[in-house]
Design a protein around this ligand. Structure first.
Ligand SMILES: *Cc1c(COP(=O)(O)O)cnc(C)c1O
Length: 393
């Protein structure tokens, strides 16, 4: 029956496990270990661990398993493994599947830490990395060959919101026998389309929309049972990347409201994007749902919404941009996104500060670029705040 549930129902009920007390709210099993009735029972559990059996919280825990099962359902995958952060999930997925000599093709517009894993960790172990313009289908065609082991990309890139034609890339990769791993932080679990487009694994930083209230780090790797309970679980459980039960519980409680929050934040983002686009002090706005977005058609074919983040360029570069940001009264300056509180980030001097200038230029991370995350406040108040702050330039 749960297979037929709509996403909003799955978000509230998916994967629930009740103890003998029949609690309504998901229980938090704040335990790292589990007790066996006999030595024989312990031996048996180490030989084969059943679906509702646990050994040690680094391997699995009932609260964490509820979160994994619910997220797998919501993302459309068979199974999922929860990790301590989004980066533990990205690292887990890539390290579990790759070995020296393998060839990876990745979109060049990547989150800084993802780029670090590719270029500073995997490359050190002899994995060959090729970066391409993720929005250019011809570039993917030229780069992916029968030698390619794995393709890695962000469906919607951070911070410039480049959109990859995911079905095209998945079909191409699969025709060459390569696996596709998508880092899906921006798409949001509510509007996620990675599974529908054929991605083998989808990694989500649950720090973003799933927690959505600035409390918890978390990440999850979603995929087939064979991959998740095979190489992924084996790698992550032995290397210590597991999510802790308290984080899983907080995330579960957040999932109750995820659909409502993301839809409200995405609607606010669209309103803000439209408002910014007509403002004389803004050079351009990047938001997938705006017809002016370079990959608008692809984005709208993949998802009904542009998400909760808007990127825009303030005329006058860094000085004008800082004047604007410092004048904001309601928006907070921070580097997370998808929080209930609206946030602005200046990527060129913070999240992407360490990128060489040449790469910043290629990725269009200019001195006037602002990444705006729409929160849950009244959208009229948010626009009024942007208005008065832009006036100060
Ligand atoms: C935030 C983010 C990550 C890392 O997630 P953490 O939970 O901070 O470790 C990875 N990829 C993308 C695209 C992100 O936005």
């Amino acid at each position: 029956m749960s297979d037929n549930w709509k996403k909003r129902t799955q978000l509230v009920h998916g994967g629930i496990r009740r103890s003998q007390y029949g609690e309504v709210s998901e229980a938090i099993f704040l335990t790292q270990g589990f007790v066996y009735e006999t030595a024989e029972a312990a031996e048996a559990r180490f030989i084969e661990t059943g679906d509702d059996e646990f050994i040690y919280a680094r391997y699995g825990n009932p609260t964490v398993r509820m979160f994994e099962n619910r997220m797998a359902q919501v993302m459309g995958y068979e199974d999922a493994f929860a990790c301590g952060s989004g980066m533990a999930a990205v690292n887990g997925a890539l390290m579990a599947l790759l070995k020296g000599g393998d060839k990876v093709v990745a979109a060049r517009a990547l989150f800084g830490s993802c780029l670090f894993i590719l270029e500073n960790v995997l490359a050190r172990f002899g994995v060959e990395i090729t970066l391409v313009d993720g929005t250019d289908n011809a570039a993917w065609e030229a780069a992916i060959t029968d030698e390619t082991t794995l393709v890695f990309l962000e469906g919607i890139s951070n911070p410039t919101l480049e959109v990859v034609d995911l079905k095209f890339v998945c079909d191409l990769a699969h025709a060459h026998g390569a696996l596709v791993v998508v880092d899906d932080a921006m798409a949001t679990p509510v509007f996620a389309y990675s599974k529908a487009c054929g991605a083998d694994l989808c990694v989500v930083s649950t720090t973003k929309h799933v927690d959505g209230q600035g409390r918890m780090l978390g990440g999850i790797i979603c995929g087939s049972k064979d991959l998740v309970r095979g190489p992924i679980e084996t790698y992550v459980k032995h290397t210590g990347g597991a999510m802790n039960p308290f984080a899983a519980w907080t995330h579960l409680k957040s999932l109750d409201t995820l659909d409502l929050r993301v839809r409200a934040q995405a609607a606010a983002a669209m309103q803000i994007a439209e408002w910014l686009e007509q403002h004389p002090k803004v050079t351009y706005v990047r938001y997938p749902q705006l017809p002016s977005h370079p990959q608008h058609a692809v984005a709208m074919r993949q998802a009904p919404s542009g998400g909760t983040v808007v990127a825009f360029d303030v005329k006058g570069g860094k000085d004008a941009c800082f004047t604007f940001m410092n004048a904001l009264e309601l928006f907070t300056i921070s580097n997370n996104f998808a929080d209930a509180k609206s946030i602005v980030t200046h990527p060129a001097t913070t999240t992407h500060q360490r990128l060489p200038q040449e790469q910043k230029d290629t990725l269009q991370i200019g001195p006037g670029l602002v990444r705006l995350s729409a929160g849950l406040e009244d959208v009229g108040d948010l626009i009024a705040d942007l208005d008065q702050a832009l006036d100060r330039i």
